[in-house]
Design a protein around this ligand. Sequence first.
Ligand code: SF4
Length: 64
Amino acid sequence: MSTIIIDTYLCNGCATCVAMCPDVFRLDQTTEKAELIQPEPELTDDVYQAAAFCPEKCIEIREE
Ligand code: SF4
């Protein structure tokens, strides 16, 4: 099983992940931090790219 964890404390709301992967990430309307649209999204290359390009390095992908 794979899980994506977003450290919302570190997230700066830049929306890079949303731009790169709009099917997986969105910004919470209240906190303006990134959140997952669905709890267990498919781990496509775009997800790994978004994690790599996150300026705060706060997207963690755990493969178990
Ligand atoms: S790219 Fe990183 S810092 Fe920017 S909104 Fe997404 S999780 Fe937050």
